[in-house]
Design a protein around this ligand. Structure first.
Ligand code: UDP
Length: 238
């Protein structure tokens, strides 16, 4: 077995990825495949924190279309992430993977509240910790939540699993001349307004020197490849 190059990782999976490319709802085959790979990560001795998005159910600003007060619409988005957390946790348990869900907004009947020291204890005991409800604040994204939790738990890297296979100079769907970067600096991502993740998430990872590895979740084994230092996707770093 190839040796992992990271000890503790923060994996971010968008809601759309959990829908298996359908855009909405949950694709349990996809979730099952992701959980199998997470189990492999644990078996390699890697500690895994997971942040899931909620875009397969609700995105505050987009889905409310200006017909709701933004904060309340974002609360709905954060609740959507918790639904995804529960689905992923359930599949983890079915596969015998020890898992805990912690939410940034307290809902004790459903999950543990987010407590950093407890999250770290779970990780050290080999449990997957799924962080729900984003940052707990409106006007933020789950990408930013991923960077925040990565900083708090001292993750070596953020594995950003998306529906694109890397960072491109332009939108590869619209521009046939778009080139994919193997590596790119935070500064260039910000200066060129590249849509890797939102600028809040990019600047938070830059300020805290946490590398972000962006790759396609379409093949969940990319997670293992990324862990073992193989070249997949794009690394955003110093
Ligand atoms: N959200 C929020 N604060 C956070 C994280 C998320 O208000 O810290 C809300 C926001 O409405 C967002 C929705 O939750 O649109 C779903 O999150 P996101 O769009 O990041 O999900 P993804 O695109 O990764 O599936």
């Amino acid at each position: 077995m190839t040796k992992p190059v990271y000890q503790r990782v923060l994996l971010k999976i968008s809601g759309e990825a959990l829908s298996g490319g359908k855009g909405s709802g949950l694709d349990f085959e996809m979730i099952g495949n992701v959980c199998d790979v997470i189990k492999e990560c644990l078996d390699m001795g890697v500690q895994v924190g997971l942040v899931v998005g909620g875009g397969n159910f609700w995105r505050g600003a987009k889905n409310s279309g200006g017909k709701m007060e933004r904060t309340r619409a974002d609360h709905m988005g954060m609740l959507a992430t918790v639904m995804n957390c529960l689905a992923v946790a359930d599949v983890c348990e079915q596969k015998g993977i020890p898992v805990r869900v912690q939410t940034a907004i307290e809902m004790r009947a459903v999950a543990e509240p987010y407590i950093r020291s407890r999250a770290i204890r779970h990780l050290e005991k080999g449990r997957v910790v799924i962080f729900g409800a984003g940052t707990g604040n409106p006007y933020f994204s789950t990408d930013t939540a991923a960077v925040l939790r990565a900083a708090e738990i001292g993750a070596d890297v953020i594995l950003l699993a998306k529906n694109v296979d890397g960072v491109y100079s332009a939108d590869p769907v619209k521009d046939p001349n778009a080139v994919k970067y193997d590596t790119i600096s935070y500064d260039d991502v910000l200066a060129q307004h590249l849509m890797v993740m939102d600028s809040t998430a990019t600047s938070l990872s830059m300020d805290n020197h946490i590398p972000v590895l962006l790759f396609a979740l379409k093949d969940p084994r990319n997670i293992i490849r990324a862990l073992c230092g193989e070249k997949v996707g794009t690394i955003v770093g110093e």
